[in-house]
Design a protein around this ligand. Sequence first.
Ligand SMILES: Nc1ncnc2c1ncn2[C@@H]1O[C@H](COP(=O)(O)OP(=O)(O)O)[C@@H](O)[C@H]1O
Ligand SMILES: [Mg+2]
Length: 304
Amino acid sequence: MLREVTAIRYVEPLRSGGSVPAVVEADDLGTYVVKFTGSAQGRKALVAEVIVGELARALGLRFPELVLVHFDPAVAAEEPHQEVRDLHDASAGVNLGMDYLPGARDFTPEIARLFPVDPLEAGRIVWLDALTVNVDRTVHSSNLMVWPTFGTAPPRLWLIDHGAALVFHHRWDTTNPGRKYDFRHHALGQYGPDVRAADAELAPKVTEELLRGILAEVPDAWLTDDPAFATPEEARAAYVDHLLARARLSAEWLPTDFPDRAELAAEEAARAERSQRGRPDWLKRVPDLHGRPAAEQDWSVHLG
Ligand SMILES: Nc1ncnc2c1ncn2[C@@H]1O[C@H](COP(=O)(O)OP(=O)(O)O)[C@@H](O)[C@H]1O
Ligand SMILES: [Mg+2]
């Protein structure tokens, strides 16, 4: 099972993430990013975090340790925002924690210019995302961290945030394990991901035994929301069967033919043009950043 710790100090909320996770210190002296059972994304997001994260680790990808965090909302009593306090109150008890990577940076196209992305590693990550139908590792929201960043050791890619993976678990009645994966805007599509090599290497590693072991890590209490299953064991079996079938059908969903930079730029320009069209003249002068920050921090200083 995942290790269990208790939150003893609230450090801060991570407002850049849609689910407002919290950074806490725990009684084992570790620092963790806590994803809450009471968040709008629901407990299925935590189920996806455990399954996909542990699968990533088993397949040799870098993924911070996961723990179960006992969280008493009184620990975060100084949180000033009512909506964040409501989230904490709705999450008293066991939540999911991920080891906090101090000083890590989000992977962005700007950072990628300073950081060599290995096509084999990129291929493995895309392959995992396609297997687990992760719709949240895009050029706009990479959910990849670069760590360490201070030149003492080479920077490496770390996977985080798999709450939006396993899309099929929201509609078990219409699931098709061979379904294609929309990879056009994948965060690593531009770095020559070798998905065929990844498929040859990783597909045979996804065994029933591996999947059963991973599903055993998911707490029973997070597997009781779906009326399709009478017991947590039934739910676990459905995840194992689906992922196993999907791994065997990789030829049907293997992403190839990533759009090149020019194609993506043209798509982006067309999108910007569409959103400009209905704007009044004065608003046309405001840059349309599609939610991206206006400027990237210059972090070349951190790369020795
Ligand atoms: N383990 C971690 N170490 C350091 N920073 C993290 C870690 N996990 C998340 N973060 C930071 O918090 C942000 C939000 O976390 P994320 O897991 O993506 O939550 P959300 O589900 O809300 O998108 C990330 O983009 C990243 O900047
Ligand atoms: Mg995220």
